[in-house]
Design a protein around this ligand. Sequence first.
Ligand SMILES: [Zn+2]
Length: 224
Amino acid sequence: MSDPRKYQFNLPKKGRPSRIGLEEEWYPEIHKYYGKCTSKRIYHPINGIRAVVIHATAGGSSVGAASVIKAGRASFHWLVPDEDEPQHGHFVWATAPEKLAAWHVRNSTSHPDVFDGHNKVNHFSLGIEVVNTQKSSDEFSDWQIQTTARIVRYCWAKYPNLKHVVSHAKLDPRRRKDPGTNFPWQDFKKLVLVGDEDPVPKLVSIATPASQIKETDFHGNCTG
Ligand SMILES: [Zn+2]
């Protein structure tokens, strides 16, 4: 069985995509909240980005994941919807501005394989949360993996010093296991490195207004 605490690969110098589009929509009203749980980066917001951290929510819904931001407890840059959500197959949620450090990894944690062991990972990284309960029966969908890979390719094209793609579990192995054993890390790595040149389907406007999203039970979030 794959061990999420070992999930990492580094982006090669050759093969950087030139420009990658991303189908994203701002999560409804999230701009009212992310200011409480993001920081000004201590590194340059473009040249200082070294890593993308892959998370899974440990909850079953985008609403649950976004509630953590609304509570001001933690944050991340993108949220990849689950199969049973209407956005699945269409677009990802943007949940914090890339230029700000989101709070998705504890400041004290670090790993020698990631930016020479610097801590304060949030300041040199971007965070992606994939909605998944982290139960053994909950498989990630192909679209979730393809889309997570696409976000990484988008970042690779945009950030010249981006090198590390790493799991939260590797950075904080005592506390975190996400994105979990079901996350097909090797398939994901291939999708990032080789790319999926199929055109992204045109954005269909199906975003559910926040007022119509039903609060579902939420079992906590991996972040922070
Ligand atoms: Zn996490």
